[in-house]
Design a protein around this ligand. Structure first.
Ligand code: FE
Length: 203
């Protein structure tokens, strides 16, 4: 029945209006309160660019379990352009998720994966604010693929999200059959810094 239908954004709007008297001491007039509540109700989660969860992608053939726990993959002999990739992991409700496992692996500057040892492989856990930070080098290119990192993301007792992260401005992005723009990192050229926020569907 139509009368029973409550649009979630409208419900949120009503909740905000009900909460409004609690903040009257902030000096806002009722009309301002209503405008402020409407503005808040109109927005979808602000934690990531999209309100869709981070899409999954194939792990490919080079995942290896039991990577070392480390946030820096830099070690003697690693060649390539250094980069720090950081970001946060959120639930679909935009709640930062602590203790989320992120297991990264990627090809070196020479386009090779280390399948004998653990070069350019490592796992870490998000902090209380859902943050992670990875020190590594820009992933190398190998035939048939654009530049990418592989990562498995898993909240405590949650499902594993396996996906890949991509670099902006790469000529091969357009031709790569796995490339998805939702998985592009934000990388300021020349800054040595990239960022990507994950949103997990089921936690
Ligand atoms: Fe790969």
């Amino acid at each position: 029945m139509r009368d029973n239908f409550v649009d979630p954004s409208r419900r949120r709007f009503v909740q905000l209006l009900l909460a409004a008297p609690l903040v009257v001491s902030g000096g806002m007039q009722p009309a301002q309160l209503i405008a402020a509540a409407a503005a808040k109700a109109a927005v979808t989660p602000e934690c990531v660019d999209s309100d869709e969860p981070t899409p999954s992608e194939t792990a490919g053939p080079f995942f290896k379990p039991s990577s070392p726990k480390r946030s820096s993959l830099l070690e003697p002999g690693i060649e390539g352009t250094q980069i720090v990739v950081s970001g946060r992991v959120f639930s679909r409700e935009c709640r930062p998720l602590a203790g989320v496992l992120l297991d990264f692996w990627h090809a070196g500057d020479d386009g090779e994966y280390d399948n004998d040892g653990f070069r350019l492989r490592g796992h870490q856990f998000t902090d209380q604010q859902g943050r992670y930070r990875l020190e590594t080098v820009v992933a190398g290119l190998y035939p048939g693929r654009t530049r990418h990192y592989h990562v498995r993301v898993q909240a405590p007792r949650g499902k594993v999200l396996t996906t890949q992260l991509y670099f902006p401005g790469e000529a091969r992005n357009r031709r790569d059959f796995l490339f998805r723009p939702e998985l592009l990192m934000a990388v300021k050229s020349g800054s040595g810094q990239g960022s990507f926020h994950f949103m997990l569907d089921q936690v």
